[in-house]
Ligand binder design. Sequence first.
Ligand code: PGA
Length: 255
Amino acid sequence: MSFKRRPLIAGNWKMNGLLDFVKNLAGVLADKVDQNDPTHFDMLICPPATLLHPIKILVGKSGLLLGGQDCHMAKSGAHTGDISAEMLKDLGSSHVIVGHSERRVDYNETNEIVKSKAEAALGVNLTAIICVGETEAERNQGITVDVVKSQILGSIPERATAENIIIAYEPVWAIGTGQTPTKSQVQEVHVLIRKTLGDKIGLKEAEQTRLLYGGSVKPSNAIELMDLNDVDGALVGGASLSPIDFWVIAESCPK
Ligand code: PGA
């Protein structure tokens, strides 16, 4: 019998959302989380940093969690345009995504950089959601296992525990494309991630660490994905911009 991990449904709004989104989206979700208390999942939204403060004010003490989409590895200093982990925390975040493939590509973020960002997050008691995943070319070359393994080994801080990190497996070719891997492909990579984590942080911690799947998760495929043994929730992009769809996805998590 495997260890029971509480599912997490995380929404990554990416670069979407102006102030009017706050009420329409975050407000609706916060109300739903409160009305359905206790939920059988945790719900997190990661809006653009510009919206964290107004959302925090609106959701107040609701059970809806807030997170950033990225942070800088330094505590503070001369880094124009960047945001530190402590700043995210200051605005009410409990989590931060690091190493999303869009950042790995757009900003050439290496595993080393991702690891130092995750370390910065852990340093201020934010939970780091560390993203990994292969490109389409890598999958076609048959090197998915090697790529994901080296991302895990290279991006996870030494002090990682089941409490302070979450891994999101997001095949790059599935993000925003409507394509998803088969159930067995997802489960296979999640097992690999848990095993690799076990080698790095110990079996007990690995067994308790939440592993999210991300990449074109939507209401129509959420049940079968969330039902997989080693999938403990989802990192959702496009569908997280609809409170109805996002809620349906969350409700798809097994009780
Ligand atoms: P998607 O994005 O759900 O729109 O595919 C997922 C992500 O990038 O986290």
